[in-house]
Ligand binder design. Structure first.
Ligand code: ATP
Ligand code: MG
Length: 569
């Protein structure tokens, strides 16, 4: 699929923009300048419990670009501490998507699970120094004891448990002596803290689930809070960039690094999540779309996943450019989907070759054109790229035109085909419609037209003008394809704003057209290459298709298709 990704040299927006600047890059610059750090290490830390989405693209671009800009390194680290939801399929998909987006991580991918033994040892260390204890309260009791934002928590009756006893219980937890959920390891911090995260957070829980990497080696797993900062420290991460909801975890992050004999002290910085109108970006919701079959899978072209975007034909360069235009900030805000589409269109407009395809075909017979003859005309590949060259286009007696380009009783402003009207066929000739053929039901089945041989190439030698130019495909030479058109997956700008987001799904988000007619030169275009079908949009082959049964996805129409949805939302 990477063929859909245009070469970097043809994407001026990526390269011409001045170097990005935001509070994170300022921080990094300052840390290098004052010697706090001599080299920068960042990491992208996905949990392998789903596919990456557009929000992750922001985090990927930020972490990898900051490392690149400051000659540092960026790790890919799987945050695989919850085996119940994590799968090898997701681990592989995430690597594919990061690479597709145009980034390579430093060395091998890293995993929190690489450090399970070290984390376990550090947990024993905390017990030994009196900073952690085994709690026998149930999950529900722990919740009740935690208190609220306005009330302090209550001390667990097990908080004063002797170190030796906690250590013994912890080892027996590891040995598998207790059922899931029977006991947890908690840090001993401050049950009265104004920050709930510091009220003796859970560090380990018993969980019997086969882990994608460590199998059944462990029956207890560290929590995110106990794993993340320590893994950062082990990897020598200098700037641990995460989203704002972790700001309240930062005191805990720092507490752990202070309490443990870690080899380095990373610092955490938080930025606002990306959110986009007319879509949902949350693995929990995306998982539900897949599980409940609202879409065909994680890579359904309507999904806001990177694999869905790729399948839909969105170039990685367009996503990078879109992200580069949003500045990384601390303010949560919503970006209009129309802006993403605008950037996609802009990228494809520069790179995609033009071809003709008729989506809803109506036959035209050129009655004064000899039967069995073909005229091979010249068509420009890309008006925005003089080096892209030309290709040949066959013209013959029978043609397909777009059904919508004909009206039997056209209004004044309709400049396309109608009885007695003359139009230009793109790159070919002027034709005039003389006769409308209908079937028994009164439906138009064919148009009989004449062409003017003196207009070859598209201009009349007598200077005569026509107002309309339409696309067409020669019947004899056409390839037939299925074309899938997509409209927004949701009926409103803010799905789920008042109720279940699933109730806002647009039942007509996929329209499948069969029997579409394509010009034959598309045979020479490699699968996965973005193409503009003139007047109808940008398209790409879908992997469901075969050379004998082509399937195309419309990546995006030529004009803003969100205007209507926007008005509703
Ligand atoms: P989700 O809420 O979709 O499940 P997550 O944060 O739980 O996302 P992770 O796999 O833990 O998913 O995320 C990996 C990284 O991507 C984290 O650093 C996270 O902060 C970042 N990230 C996730 N969603 C967004 C978003 N919408 N915008 C920017 N960064 C994001
Ligand atoms: Mg998460």
């Amino acid at each position: 699929m990477s063929a859909a990704d245009p070469p970097a040299s043809t994407t001026p927006p990526d390269t011409e923009r001045s170097p990005p600047s935001d509070f994170i890059r300022e921080q990094v610059r300052a840390d290098l300048a004052d010697g706090t750090n001599t080299a920068i290490v960042t990491r992208f830390p996905p949990e392998p419990n789903g596919y990456l989405h557009l929000g992750h693209a922001l985090s990927i671009c930020l972490n990898f670009s900051v490392a690149q800009e400051f000659a540092g390194q960026c790790n890919l680290r799987f945050d695989d501490t919850n085996p119940v939801k994590e799968e090898q399929e997701f681990i592989e998909a995430i690597q594919r998507d990061v690479n597709w987006l145009g980034f390579s991580w430093s060395g091998e991918p890293k995993y929190a699970s690489d450090n399970f033994q070290q984390l376990y040892d550090w947990a024993e260390y905390l017990i030994n120094v009196g900073s952690a204890y085994i709690d026998d309260l149930s999950a529900e009791e722990i919740r009740q004891y935690r208190g609220t934002l306005t009330e302090p928590g209550k001390l667990s009756p097990y908080r004063g448990r002797p170190t030796k006893e906690s250590l013994d219980l912890f080892r027996r937890m590891k040995a598998g002596e207790f059922p899931d959920g029977a006991r947890v390891l908690r840090a001993k911090i401050d049950m009265a803290s104004g920050n709930l995260n510091l009220r003796d957070p859970i560090l380990y829980r018993i969980l019997r689930a086969t882990h994608p990497r460590t199998g059944d080696d462990w029956c207890l797993y560290p929590t995110y809070d106990f794993a993340h900062g320590q893994c950062d420290a082990i990897e020598g991460v200098t700037h641990s960039l995460c989203t704002l909801e972790f700001a309240d975890h930062r005191p805990l992050y720092d507490w752990m690094l202070d309490a443990l004999p870690v080899p380095a002290v990373p610092r955490q910085y938080e930025f606002a999540k990306l959110s986009i109108s007319h879509t949902v970006l949350s693995k929990r919701r995306l998982t539900r779309l897949v599980a409940e079959s609202h879409v065909k899978g994680w890579d359904d072209p309507r999904m806001a996943t990177l694999s869905g975007m790729r399948r839909r034909g969105v170039p990685a360069a367009a996503l990078r450019d879109f992200i580069a235009r949003l500045s990384v900030s601390k303010n949560e805000g919503k970006v209009e989907m129309a802006m993403l589409e605008h950037v996609i269109r802009e990228t494809l407009n520069q790179t995609a070759e033009r071809r003709m395809a008729v989506l809803r075909p109506l036959k035209v017979v050129i009655t004064n054109y000899p039967e069995g003859e073909t005229d091979w005309l010249e068509a420009i590949n890309n008006p925005n790229d003089p080096d892209a060259g030309n290709h040949k286009l066959p013209f013959s007696r029978e043609l397909w035109v777009e059904r919508d380009d004909f009206m039997e009783d056209p209004p004044k402003k309709f400049f396309r085909l109608g009885p007695g009207r003359e139009v230009r066929l793109r790159y070919a000739f002027f034709i005039t419609c003389n006769e409308v053929i209908k079937n028994a039901d009164g439906e138009v089945t064919e148009l009989h037209c004449t062409y003017d041989p003196l207009t070859r190439g598209g201009d009349a030698s007598d200077g005569r003008k026509v107002k309309g130019t339409i696309h067409w495909v020669s019947v004899e030479h056409a390839r037939t394809a299925e074309i899938r058109l997509y409209t927004p997956l949701y009926n409103r700008a803010d799905p789920g704003a008042d109720g279940d987001f699933v109730d806002d799904i647009n039942p007509d988000s996929l329209e499948v057209l069969s029997g579409c007619k394509l010009e034959p030169s598309l045979d020479q275009v490699p699968a996965g290459t973005a193409i503009q079908f003139e007047r109808t949009g940008y398209f790409v082959t879908d992997p469901d298709g075969t050379p004998d049964a082509l399937v195309y996805n419309r990546t995006v129409a030529l004009r803003d298709s969100w205007a209507k949805a926007k008005a509703k939302g």
